[in-house]
Design a protein around this ligand. Structure first.
Ligand code: ZN
Length: 356
């Protein structure tokens, strides 16, 4: 399975400047090639290189391999659209291949206009960076350099288990499993509220630095949420794997239905975070050979996990399930996740009781 990972480069000021200068020259070269390609309607890499490979090298001080990659970047972009002229931003990505960028352990050797430099990169250790595929992009964001690396993460053989770990996604609990484990949303909520307060204050100030601060805060919040989703998805997948079970999740429509009744701003934020958590569970499951089955989300929160009785009255309180038929009382999210697990196991449509 191909995954793209983003790793930060640890650079000295000198290395930072060297990389930035390389980036600017690389993109200037792209612009120059683009200008010729567009005006002369020549979009073949071979033709363009034949025409002014040496000129590009000399004019923009690029090494042979970097020059080739600049031709590549321009022709790739025109493959998508030849109707408009393509301009390349000074801080756009520089495309590297294995000949001009190598990584050993956590040290990257990367070509600049001043020759090769060596710097440290940071990445999650569970990613096998030795399985690097194709090209690597050098990108520049908020005054820092990152590598976008495509890696081939091996997948385990799928274990076809008909036993399920049911997972209910929500807000009070970001996730609840049919084993009774709750991943509380409380901390996320607190962080969100804290950032919302700072944002409101900053939004009333129209200065440049306030705007910059605002962007920084938003990024921090996204980062926190992402880390949380990484942690939860990893734990859920590991639990399923360790106990030889598949994972059961609701189809996406169920989550949307339940969220729309909540505040608009929370709605937007939650939808995004849910999608991300599901995506993370999906790919981590695949890597670990765990099957994910999606079930019909109808009434998972209103159905009793013991007797099967479905009624809106079973949910009088926000966080407690209380069956009107058999008297079963349980945490609402736990009850829902059990329903999700059993639905996946029987894989049958839901039969509604009358009189609801
Ligand atoms: Zn019941």
């Amino acid at each position: 399975m191909l995954l793209t990972i983003k790793s930060k480069l640890v650079t000295t000021q000198e290395q930072h400047d060297q990389l930035l200068r390389t980036m600017v020259f690389f993109n200037k070269a792209c612009d120059y090639i683009s200008d010729f390609a567009y005006n002369n309607r020549v979009f073949s890499k071979y033709q363009l290189q034949k025409h002014f490979y040496y000129q590009i090298r000399e004019k923009f001080l690029l090494s042979s391999q970097l020059a080739v990659r600049a031709f590549g970047k321009v022709t790739e972009s025109y493959k998508v659209d030849k109707k408009t002229f393509h301009r390349f931003k000074p801080h756009g990505a520089v495309v590297y291949d294995q000949r001009i960028l190598s990584i050993k352990d956590n040290i990257v050797s990367i070509l600049t206009l001043d020759g090769r430099i060596k710097t440290e990169i940071k990445y999650r250790k569970d990613k096998n960076i030795d399985n690097r595929k194709g090209q690597t992009n050098l990108i520049y964001k908020s005054n820092k350099f990152y590598l976008q690396i495509v890696i081939d993460q091996p997948e385990a053989t799928l274990v076809n288990s008909e036993e399920f770990l049911g997972v209910d996604l929500g807000i009070v609990n970001i996730a609840a499993t049919s084993d009774g484990k709750m991943y509380s949303g409380e901390k996320c909520q607190r962080v969100r509220e804290k950032y919302a307060r700072i944002k409101a204050k900053l939004q009333s100030v129209e200065t440049h630095s306030a705007k910059r601060h605002l962007r920084k805060i938003s990024k921090k919040e996204r980062r926190f949420k992402k880390d949380t989703n990484h942690y939860i998805s990893k734990d859920i997948v590991q639990t399923a794997k360790d106990t030889n079970r598949s994972i059961a999740l609701e189809e996406l429509t169920g989550i949307r239905e339940r969220i729309t009744v909540r505040k608009a701003d929370r709605d937007k934020h939650s939808k995004w975070a849910f999608k991300e958590l599901r995506k993370f569970i999906g790919y981590k499951a695949k890597i670990n050979g765990v099957i994910v089955r999606f079930v019909d989300p109808a009434y998972t929160s209103k159905q009793c996990s013991i007797c099967g009785h479905i009624s809106g009255k079973n949910r009088k309180k926000q966080d407690t399930f209380s069956c009107q038929k058999c008297g079963h009382i349980e945490n609402a999210d736990w009850n829902a996740s059990k329903n999700i697990a059993s639905r996946a196991a029987i894989n049958q449509p839901i039969v509604l009781c009358s009189g609801n």
